[in-house]
Design a protein around this ligand. Structure first.
Ligand code: ISJ
Ligand code: MG
Length: 466
């Protein structure tokens, strides 16, 4: 830190400590500075050296990334029916006492909470997801934000009444120096490859699809999303920053996320935005309906055209559009939804895509919209309760955080959440991958199985399969 900045920092910290002592109340201290460029993945490597849990977010279509280290404060609702409200209340309580120095007005700097939810808190949790509660948010101790070509470092420290200025300062300065060091960590001979790949009961999964289509033929249920799991064993422990970097480098137009809890890390590259809020502007996305990419440009266009016209895929998509439109109308005005989807292309597949724009009504925030939207028929089904009941009873899987909202929000009420798809739960030298499909009455089990294979490809390719 150059000297003027250093003085500013120590003065702000001293004032914060003073305020904690005077009020006899623990408070969050947050300090943001602009810094020279730092490699985000090296920052994450250094965080591991310091034994700080890591968080990561990279936006699909903006020059915006955040890497987090440590949990300065954790928001975690225990009680599932009111988990959104609980997290939001804890968040506002934390902010109301926080001592914040941030002259930049850049989204994703300052007090930022990154985190997510489980897909279905009513489904019993298995050992697989034991480190991930039904909701968890972290205000990282250190956030490296890369926004529009600039780099910022935010230090967040929850200061307790018994702490001294000298003690806090020393720790912050030590960590800062290590995290920003920017030298490459030596990883001699690190080449990850998959030694064993186990698909969890694909035949049974196809049976479940058959059962779902039978239910749809005989009841008012129109769509049920069913997912399956693939378990991998590697030759060695997977390196998290390396996987995140490969996802960012190879999966354009996706949100790349990483969230570490204990020894586990849930990460992925998802094409699906759930909701973005910036001031009163709200964006959501309807994404459902899938086809592979073509080998040539002509073939690619032909496949896109067929996807656009295919009644089965259009049906899958339309349930999502109807539901998102209705939900947005409850929380927003000026809801704008194009009358037809577009086809969006990704590395290994194409999706039907309908963007939704709206204006947020007063007194609503991002969490109210999330609670209304999740799960959309892109991950649950239609009608929601019947589809969820079917999934709960028949799916051979604890989805954990797969298929659920994951994202961030800051103290200016800006934030963005994606749906955690195309993801993996990495557990040292093992991983579970997840992929699902929207099942409608006309679904053919074998074709849906093929569809999950193309959804699994991006993650498999960065984990060591060509
Ligand atoms: C369930 C997943 O994706 C969802 C299902 C889709 C489909 O069936 O066409 C497409 C996008 C998502 O709505 C997944 O990727 O695991
Ligand atoms: Mg589909």
């Amino acid at each position: 830190m150059i000297e003027v900045k250093e003085k500013q920092f120590t003065a702000e910290l001293e004032a914060a400590i003073q305020s904690v002592h005077t009020d006899q109340k623990n408070k969050l201290f947050s300090y943001t500075e602009k810094i020279n460029p730092v490699n985000l993945y090296r920052f994450l490597e250094k965080a591991a050296d310091l034994k700080l849990p890591r968080t990561f977010w990279s936006s699909a279509n903006e020059d915006f990334q955040m890497a987090g280290a440590g949990h300065a404060f954790e928001l975690s609702a225990k009680d599932s029916p009111s988990r959104y409200e609980q997290v939001e209340q804890e968040w506002h309580a934390l902010l109301s006492d926080a001592v914040i120095y941030n002259p930049y007005h850049v989204s994703g700097t300052g007090v930022v909470a990154l985190g997510g939810f489980s897909f279905d808190p009513l489904k019993p949790q298995t050992k697989l997801w034991e480190n991930f509660p039904c909701s968890h948010f972290s205000i990282p101790n250190y956030i490296l934000t890369h926004a529009e070509g600039n780099y910022y470092l935010t230090l967040n420290r929850f200061i307790c009444t018994d702490e001294t200025y000298a003690g806090v300062l020393e720790q912050l300065q030590d960590h800062r120096q290590t995290l920003l060091n920017n030298a490459e960590n030596k990883r001699d001979g690190y080449v990850l490859h998959i030694q064993r790949k186990t698909e969890i009961d694909p035949e049974q999964w196809k049976e479940t699809i058959k059962k779902a289509t039978d239910v749809m033929k005989n009841t008012a249920v129109d769509k049920i999303v069913l997912a399956r799991e693939v378990r991998l064993h590697f030759n060695q422990s997977a390196n998290i920053p390396d996987i995140l970097k490969r996802l960012v480098d190879t999966q354009p137009n996706t949100y790349v996320f990483g969230y570490e809890m204990g020894e586990d890390c849930f990460l992925g590259a998802t094409p699906e935005r759930l909701v973005k809020v910036k001031d009163d502007e709200v964006l959501s996305t309807c994404l459902a309906g899938t086809a592979p990419r073509g080998e040539t440009m002509e073939e690619d266009e032909q496949i896109a055209d067929n996807l656009f016209r295919d009644p089965k895929n259009r049906e899958e998509h339309d349930y999502v559009v109807q539901m998102i439109r209705n939900t947005m109308e409850a929380y927003c005005t000026d809801v704008n939804v194009p009358s037809e989807p577009a086809v969006h292309q990704y590395k290994t597949l194409q999706h039907l895509y309908t963007p939704v724009r709206a204006k947020l009504k007063k007194n609503h925030r991002i969490f109210s919209i999330i609670s209304g939207l999740h799960p959309t028929p892109a991950l649950g089904g239609t009608p929601r309760q019947e589809a969820l009941a079917f999934i709960r009873e028949n799916e051979l899987l604890d989805r954990g955080w797969y298929g659920a909202p994951i994202g961030w929000m800051d103290s200016n009420n800006h934030g963005e959440f994606a749906v955690a798809l195309r993801s993996a739960l990495i557990q040292k030298d093992e991983a579970s991958l997840f992929a699902g499909c929207g099942i409608v009455e006309d679904s053919i089990p074998e074709s849906e199985y093929e569809e999950t294979n193309i959804k699994l490809m991006p993650m498999l390719s960065v984990l060591g399969v060509d």
